[in-house]
Design a protein around this ligand. Structure first.
Ligand code: DAH
Length: 337
């Protein structure tokens, strides 16, 4: 018995030195420690021994079992670690692989134009003001000298809320709100959304405007023209322009500014309806009645104001054929900007 315990250990040692893989060591485990294994076989032989012999050999076989178990487990542990290191190395990211790019959004053409126009006016010393889209009738109409019977005040043309408020139909109310807050001299612009009950190829119920207001002593029509010509040249390049008499309740005199058609250079086309001119904004000298509404001394102060539709500027600037494209959220269209 003594002999066979030593032999088993020797045999195991020699077999172990030939084993190199996890499966080799798994086989050894089965061969020596499994249910039908060699060590188990030795334990079974104990039954035929005397109690004293049992004690001695029982201990020896147990020691053999522990040694073999420990040695196999140590090898399996070592192999597992090597495997893990290998895996870790192969899992490491390969920085030389080409990247997967995600698509990044771009600025909407309307916002681009708002920023571009704002920048031009800010460079001339204007500040940017803001006002509410849900507006009181007083600011949207009354204070701007828009009389009660004016068609813009009709339910057919404007969105009224149950509260009696109106969705502002123009950015002009920001003029009043600004003048109520500060004293002249100042130059301000106010970009924002406006709302009208209009919807077809060239009209959208929501669109954007930029309002402008300059108030001070001795502000004249020359200042108006100089400012707006400078703006138009920076926006559309040097080209012929003209001011046509017009009417707005809040300015007197009032005008509309045209530039030579960008599409046909004045020879007449579909866009300019054959006239060779394209209207870009409305403007005028502030009506003294508007100054009265905000308690400005109209003997002392004068001013000019202007307002323009942003979508119109975007259409002219980028040659867009249908205003609805600007509100359609079609990525194929928007991606071009
Ligand atoms: N509020 C006018 C509109 O919506 C645009 C406008 C014209 C604004 C002349 C002005 C102005 O400040 O002086 O059609």
């Amino acid at each position: 018995m003594n002999h066979s315990v030593d032999d088993v250990l020797k045999e195991f040692s020699s077999e172990k030195s030939n084993a190199s893989s996890v499966s080799d060591f798994d086989s050894l485990k089965t061969k020596y420690l499994g249910k039908k294994g060699i060590v188990t076989g030795l334990l079974k032989q104990l039954g035929s021994l005397s109690p004293d012999e049992k004690k001695v050999f029982g201990a020896k076989i147990n020691e053999l079992k522990n040694t073999i178990t420990a040695e196999i487990d140590a090898e399996l542990g070592r192999l597992a670690q090597i495997e893990q290191e290998k895996q870790f190395k192969s899992d490491r990211p390969d920085h030389t692989l080409p990247g997967i790019s995600s698509s990044v959004g771009t600025t909407h053409p309307v916002l681009r134009i708002v920023r571009e126009i704002s920048e031009i006016f800010v460079s001339m010393g204007f500040f940017v003001a803001d006002g509410p889209e849900v507006e009181q009738e007083y600011y949207n109409f009354e204070a701007l000298n828009v009389p009660l019977h004016h068609p813009a005040r009709d339910m057919q043309d404007s969105f009224y809320l149950e509260s009696g408020h109106v969705l502002r139909t123009q950015t002009s109310p920001v003029q009043i709100r600004t003048m109520e807050k500060i004293s002249p001299p100042f130059k301000m612009i106010a970009p924002g959304k406006v709302f009208r009950r209009d919807s077809d190829i060239t009209h959208s119920p929501v669109f954007h405007q930029i309002e402008g207001l300059v108030v001070g002593e001795n502000v004249s029509m020359c200042d108006l023209k100089g400012t707006l010509i400078y703006f138009a040249e920076r926006m559309f390049g040097k080209r012929p322009y003209r001011f046509r008499p017009s009417y707005f309740p809040f300015t007197e005199p009032s005008a509309e500014m045209d530039i030579q058609c960008i599409f046909c250079s004045g020879s007449g086309c579909k866009v300019c309806k054959g006239s060779g001119w394209i209207e870009i904004l409305g403007c005028g000298m502030v009506n003294p009645k508007v100054f009265e509404a905000v308690n400005y001394d109209h003997e002392k102060y004068s001013g000019f104001a202007f307002g323009m539709g942003i979508e119109r500027q975007a259409i002219l600037r980028y040659g867009i054929s249908d205003i609805r494209l600007l509100f359609g959220s079609d990525v194929r269209f928007l991606k071009q900007f």
